[in-house]
Design a protein around this ligand. Sequence first.
Ligand SMILES: Nc1ncnc2c1ncn2[C@@H]1O[C@H](COP(=O)(O)OP(=O)(O)OP(=O)(O)O)[C@@H](O)[C@H]1O
Ligand SMILES: [Mg+2]
Length: 225
Amino acid sequence: MFHVFKAFPNNIQALRDINIHIRKGEFVFLVGPTGAGKTTFLKLIYRGMLPTKGQVIVDGVNLARLKPSLIPYLRREIGIVFQDFKLLYDRNVFENVAFSLRVVGTKNSIIKKEVNDTLNLIGLSHKKNANPHRLSGGEQQKLCIARAVISHPMILLTDEPTGNLDPETSWEIMQLLFKINIWGTTVIMASHDKLMVDRAQKRVVRIENGQVTSDTLKGIYSKSC
Ligand SMILES: Nc1ncnc2c1ncn2[C@@H]1O[C@H](COP(=O)(O)OP(=O)(O)OP(=O)(O)O)[C@@H](O)[C@H]1O
Ligand SMILES: [Mg+2]
């Protein structure tokens, strides 16, 4: 991101002059108080919205210049785990994970293999016939992750994926995200969970009031989150 500003119509400056470079394969935490701009930051990356000013460049492409017809291709490279992205409660776990592959007309035999591989990776194979309603909070979160990584995205954006989970389950989710990261996906995770962020020992970018106030990569990490 180069000199990125994002203002909302009510004159809220959600992001102000953000300059940040995230390399392929990195694992980055976004921390900061509520309303700081973390979710807005994530939304700019998948072109959920455009910046008011500045450039958001993903894999060499300035998203403001991306033709609308190419947006689906960008989104295919980006897995998203946001709390407001609902699961399909009228389908079982397998079908929730299979959904994005079905939409693009993938062959059944490939869907079966990919979904089973992903459920194995995530540790949800034993629940593949269950309805999402019948999963625990941690299992639902795992299902959201499975759905997001089924297409082997280049980038995974996660917004508070461990919110409302107990410390043990949260750490399990973290291990899963580390695994996905080690296999090549860049992971950007917004979190309020200070213990988790400290324990993970990854790059931490802190946003306060729309501005980056510290970045451990640059050795200016000062405060806790
Ligand atoms: N669609 C919108 N319209 C107007 N204002 C918005 C919109 N989305 C976010 N904002 C405002 O922009 C600021 C940043 O919001 P954002 O959701 O990015 O914060 P956050 O760091 O993710 O907070 P939290 O930790 O509570 O999730 C807030 O003041 C918020 O009210
Ligand atoms: Mg948020």
